[in-house]
Design a protein. Structure first.
Length: 277
């Protein structure tokens, strides 16, 4: 499984008359399918991009058109089946569950628990202590969201090291000291030498974990991000590095859409595991 992150690209001005934002959402196939509204928080959406999951495991991404009155589940359930039926049934077989012949609007329900959940529980009993390094510089608003997401990780024992890289103010130190003083996992260090390599090296020196993970200060980690990254190390003795899939956190500006269209975080990589020796 790819460990999932969302990250916010830098924005640029756009002509609002020529651009329509894209609504990003997640669709969990084991739950009732949602109605996708055309108007949300005062913004009009003509398109949606959905990360489709089954038992939290990503099946893929699909783009959908949104009518003026919204997109009802029964109008796109068939699209989901056409697009992902092979991955759905492969996932079900791998998890000891019966295969299906359609995506149900009410959700795919199974009496038995998927093997994935059992495997995760067993691993978490022996999961190693992990250090998560977040390099930042003068971006407290993004950093606060990043740290809140990291503190929601489905993982038992880990620390978060905030490396403040050549800051121009003490805002980051104040943020960590005041808003995260309740979180014993969060530590603040300052690296005066500017540059991401220096900052990551400082994080490595400070790390106390058996494994070190790192993320950007504008990224929002999926609740199972750390679990799935570390679980891969448990599958073999010669695993040296693990990375995962990244989605944009929003597509609200023309610049963000262009970024995804012409490059993005995962252009051409897909969601299937790739192993390099």
């Amino acid at each position: 499984m790819a460990a999932l992150m969302t990250e916010k690209p830098q924005e640029a001005p756009a002509d609002p008359s020529m651009f329509s934002p894209i609504h990003l959402l997640e669709i969990e196939l084991s739950e009732p399918l949602p109605t996708i509204q055309a108007v949300m928080e005062g913004r009009v959406y003509r398109k949606a991009r959905a990360l489709v999951r089954l038992h939290t495991y990503p099946m893929g991404i699909i783009d959908l058109e949104i009518p003026d009155d919204g997109l009802r589940p029964d109008s796109y359930a068939g699209r989901l089946w056409d697009e992902f039926h092979e991955r759905i049934n492969t996932h079900l077989r791998q998890n000891g569950l019966s295969t299906v012949d359609s995506v149900e609007v009410s959700g795919l329900y199974f009496d038995d628990e998927p093997q994935l959940f059992k495997t995760r529980r067993e691993f978490l009993k022996r999961a190693p202590f992990v250090s998560v390094v977040v390099v930042t510089r003068d971006r407290t608003e993004d950093l606060e969201k990043c740290l809140n997401a990291l503190l929601e990780q489905n993982y038992p024992e880990f620390e978060i090291i905030v490396v403040d890289n050549a800051p121009t103010t003490d805002a980051t130190a104040i943020l960590v000291g005041e808003k995260f003083n309740h979180a014993s996992q969060v530590r603040y260090v300052c690296e005066e030498r500017p540059g991401r390599p220096w900052a990551r090296q400082r994080g490595l020196i400070e790390a106390r974990g058996e494994i070190m993970a790192s993320t950007d200060d504008d990224a929002l980690a999926d609740p199972n991000w750390l679990l799935e990254l570390v679980r891969v190390f448990d599958e073999g003795e010669q695993v040296g590095c693990v990375t995962g899939f990244t989605m944009p956190a929003e597509l609200e500006s023309q610049a963000q859409v262009w970024f995804e269209q012409f490059g993005g975080f995962n252009k051409g990589r897909g969601m299937s595991r790739m192993v390099f020796d």
